[in-house]
Design a protein around this ligand. Sequence first.
Ligand SMILES: *Cc1c(COP(=O)(O)O)cnc(C)c1O
Length: 358
Amino acid sequence: MSGRLSPRPGLDLTEGYHSPQVEVKNRLNTNESPYPPPEEFTQRLAQAVAGIEFNRYPDRGVLGLRSQLAEHHGVLPSQIFVANGSNEVLQSLFLAFGGPSRRVAVFEPTYALHSHIARVTSTEVEVGERDDRFAIPDAELARVVGTGAELVFFCSPNNPTGRVEDRDQVRSVVGAANQLVVVDEAYVQFADQDFFELFDEGSNVVLVRTFSKTLSFAAGRLGYCIAPSWVVAGLESVVLPYHLDSLKQAAAALLLEYLDEMVLRARSIVEQRKWLESSLDSLGLLRVDSSANFVLFNPGTDADLVWGELVARSVLVRNCSSWPRLQGWLRVTVGTVEENTAFIEALSEIIDAMGETT
Ligand SMILES: *Cc1c(COP(=O)(O)O)cnc(C)c1O
């Protein structure tokens, strides 16, 4: 074969997004819930699936699910857009409102997918820099927003730092003409603040949520956003027809009946996070105060080495150390009591052993 077609100009495929999936006992690397959905949900799902008319296309407007979500949030179904994971919500935002000749402002370090999807959709990225405590300096916020980027992205709580964004800072940029302010709230149920108060039909605010974390539904791929109706209409215009299959619509609608229970579970994960944080403190390690279901910490010595030693003890955490601005940092997802204990025991063993050899 000669002359293989290269991907379209401007598409940078060298930086695909991957989280290594290694076979270990304690998987604390992708911020999933350690618990499966309630057993009753799984049983009822089998019945719901049996009732699906598989020879028919799904409900194209996803009205049932959107109405349920709208009722939960006290908004209109026309202010809810649902997609295959919040990543597809983000991609749809870029397809509809980003793209060639458009720009997005992001504040690094943050969720890598934001700038990755920007690049895939040929949207230019204006990078703002957080300070060494991962907060956005006021002057940097003003500089980056002042470039006139059409999309301004925040992430609260931010991944991978766990910090919530500053309320006054986000509020200060809402309302500008010809701009959308997007807040990725994937971890919001683990925090004690959200940005819902900034949203109304007359605003330019988009709040992105997911079923992947609190709702124990990462395998199901479902996310949504709360946005003004005109934004939702824009998003609808770029997704494929029938993009949400009937299986997913049925499963998600059923899962929402267990929302209260799942939010209670999130509280117990927060309790476990506090235990992890104080255990890291006891080991004398630098860490960031988290409002999410993970903790960013700095093992103080060679992070790659510590990461490998953890894997050798069957604990997988996220190695952020090779990411720009995060050299020396690792991120651990809050798991079950057993997993968290296994992690802290392994880590303290590794740190002790390193202390002895130096
Ligand atoms: C995990 C995560 C998501 C979730 O993506 P899905 O496609 O819904 O699984 C979104 N945003 C951030 C910041 C995340 O960390």
